[in-house]
Design a protein. Structure first.
Length: 137
């Protein structure tokens, strides 16, 4: 079993009541994208295998945990299209988060950031890995 490496200065503590664990084709690429789009910080990672894949990568986004892993078809974990969910970022400055997210290469705007009938600013983007993200505040 591989030892998970924790980033210097970090504990790798799991944060949040419900933590999304996303399986993607390219966990390291996804972590890089999430850093550009959502200010993610990598705090832990299992070593890469000979194909450049990792079975575990832990990020902090908006002070909560997000877990990633690569696809391992040979172990019964093929790539599946994400569906029926939206990852929501509830933030104090939705305009700043929106600007950063929409400037990241590969971001697709699904619903423009706008004032909604429930009194919040809200918008939705899709990342290059197929996941929808709502930004609200």
């Amino acid at each position: 079993m591989s030892v998970v490496q924790v980033a210097p200065g970090e504990t790798g503590e799991v944060r949040g009541g419900v933590i999304a664990y996303l399986q993607v084709d390219g966990a390291v690429k996804a972590a890089d994208y999430y850093a550009r789009a959502f200010g993610a910080r990598e705090v832990a990672r299992a070593p890469l295998d000979e194909k450049g894949r990792t079975m575990h990568l832990h990020l902090y986004i908006n002070e909560g945990s997000l877990m990633l892993c690569d696809v391992y078809e040979e172990h019964g974990h093929p790539l599946e299209k994400p569906g029926g969910m939206t990852l929501t970022l509830n933030v104090t400055d939705p305009d700043m988060w929106w600007e950063r997210a929409t400037k990241a290469e590969g971001t697709v705007v699904e619903v423009e950031l706008q004032e909604m009938f429930w009194g919040s600013r809200w918008g939705q983007v899709r990342d290059p890995f197929g996941f929808s993200w709502a930004i609200t505040g």
